[in-house]
Design a protein around this ligand. Structure first.
Ligand code: MSP
Length: 480
């Protein structure tokens, strides 16, 4: 069965920022690593549209809600395209297939005896799209959104999540790889043990969303609806055969902010519906910008498109993944991005490719294809990078690849090919084999970076396998 991975589906109340790009680019690296579309990889991303946040954003934009979410979904779709992200499915929760899936899921859970009606009184934070408990609040406000939650009192449908508490706990216990990193796993065990309860899954006061099959006056709670995207994207409710082929997913990738929904509520929902659990859930850390939380109200969100237009898509992909262990929190700063760009890309890989192509043109008339290759260690490195990538150690994988870049540049400095070229008779052979070795190194690096920096990889592989290699224009012009 081919690899299946997902990102969260994003709210469309604002434009994508580098935090969203982080998850989506990491997922794209994995999808490409596993062979991409042509290998049958299933890579789902999309938009979470049945949310009150989106309704409020539509009001501010003075647009009707459907028009607003249509335009916003288009913007998100285009953003991923511009960042060279190639999902196989872009799911929208206002789509017809998703609605079919949600209705089927509701009815299945109901048939399991896990839906009941009750009165709910609680404080609701629109920012979180969740009820919040008193103990979560600071000065009566949500600590994340700094706003006072609204008080809601309604007759709601409830999901009997508590019934699955013990099953989920023992599943987590018996499957140490189910939730990672370990710190998140512990956080979830704690949460399930102490706070995981039945949850209200409908809203009477909200008019935007999927009506519940049992009362058209109520819409389905946006998280209950949104989590179902992971199965509606692959046929649940509209193509059973496809669904059986694709589910369960190998990996749900997400940020640490939404682990409770993914690691507690979602497994309970799947168990109730009699469906398999995803194989793995990985929660990465959060990016701040110059030390501050990214937030709409602070107005400090960084547009990934703007960054990619200024520095290039591959440099953005590289910076996001190379400098931070996946799972840790980090800070995004354009100053650091520029330093990394100049040192690792312009002076590192870019310089290597320019120098080697220049010397091959100058000393070998551009022709290396008849010279036998010398490097026997490639398969070992390839295997190492494969393992690192599959284990989501992206920064380590890039570090190892860049060691190859530095070693190759150092070899040039040590061997001084320009001096070898002066004494053709004695040192000619050494020069020929050295340049062949360097071209092979570049081809190896080109191959290894493919999932991470796809455009640069293609350029290198194309250029250095030509019949006649010419001097390559700088891949990454140095920033002043
Ligand atoms: N719509 C829900 C998810 C439903 S999934 C069934 C949602 N959407 S969101 O638009 O708020 O996106 C949250 C996700 O965006 C995070 O889990 C993470 O993947 C990504 N990030 C948002 N801000 C981020 C940072 N500052 N840093 C890193 N990732 C960030 O929650």
């Amino acid at each position: 069965m081919s690899y299946h991975l997902t990102t969260p589906i994003y709210y469309v109340n604002a434009a994508p920022h580098i935090g969203h790009a982080y998850t989506t680019i990491a997922a794209d690296v994995l999808a490409r690593h596993h062979g991409g579309i042509s290998s049958g990889v299933q890579f789902t991303t999309g938009t979470d549209e049945n949310s009150l946040k989106n309704v409020k954003a539509a009001e501010v934009a003075n647009k009707d809600i459907q028009t607003y979410v249509d335009e916003a979904a288009h913007l998100w779709f285009q953003t991923w395209k511009s960042l060279n992200v190639e999902p196989t499915t872009f799911i929208r929760t206002t789509g017809a297939n998703h609605r079919l899936a949600v209705i089927k899921f509701w009815n299945t859970v109901k048939n399991s005896g896990d839906i009941y009606q009750d009165i709910y009184v609680g404080k609701y934070c629109t920012g979180c799209e969740a009820y919040v408990s008193e103990s979560d609040l600071i000065d009566e406000c949500c600590p994340l959104h700094k706003t006072k939650p609204e008080i809601l009192r309604e007759k709601n449908f409830f999901f009997r999540a508590s019934r699955y508490k013990e099953t989920i706990l023992s599943y987590i216990e018996n499957n140490p790889d189910f939730i990672s990193p370990e710190s998140r796993r512990n956080e979830i065990i704690n949460y399930i043990k102490n706070h995981f309860e039945d949850i209200s899954i409908s809203r009477q006061s909200i008019k935007w969303g999927i009506p519940t099959p049992d009362d058209p006056e109520q819409v389905i709670y946006v998280w209950f609806d949104a989590l179902i995207n992971y199965i509606s994207a692959v046929g649940y409710g509209w193509d059973q055969q496809l669904f059986e082929e694709k589910w369960p997913a190998d990996l749900h990738l997400l940020g640490k902010d939404i682990i409770k929904f993914h690691c507690a509520l979602w497994p309970a929902m799947l168990l109730s519906a009699g469906l398999a659990l995803p194989k793995k859930i990985f929660a990465h850390g959060f990016f701040t910008v110059n030390g501050e939380k990214i937030s709409k109200s602070l107005g400090n969100s960084i547009d990934p498109i703007e960054i990619s237009q200024k520095y290039g898509v591959d440099p953005l992909r590289y910076y996001l993944l190379a400098k931070l262990p996946f799972g840790n929190n980090g800070d995004f700063s354009t100053i650091q991005l520029e330093e990394v760009y100049n040192s690792d890309l312009a002076n590192g890989l870019g310089n290597l490719a320019s120098r080697v192509s220049n010397m091959v043109e100058k000393y070998l008339f551009g022709i290396v294809k008849d010279i036998p290759s010398t490097d026997e260690h490639n398969s070992k490195i390839e295997k190492e990078i494969k393992i690192l990538t599959e284990n989501l150690h992206f920064h380590k994988a890039l570090e190892e690849i860049w060691k190859q870049v530095y070693l190759a540049n150092k070899l040039i400095e040590d061997k001084k090919p320009w001096q070898l070229a002066k004494n053709k008779e004695k040192q000619g052979l050494e020069l020929i084999f050295l340049l062949r070795y360097l071209v092979d190194k570049i081809l190896l690096i080109g191959k290894l970076i493919n999932p991470y920096l796809p455009t640069t990889s293609e350029k290198l592989l194309k250029h250095f396998t030509q019949e006649k290699i010419t001097k390559l224009e700088p891949l990454f012009p140095k920033l002043k």
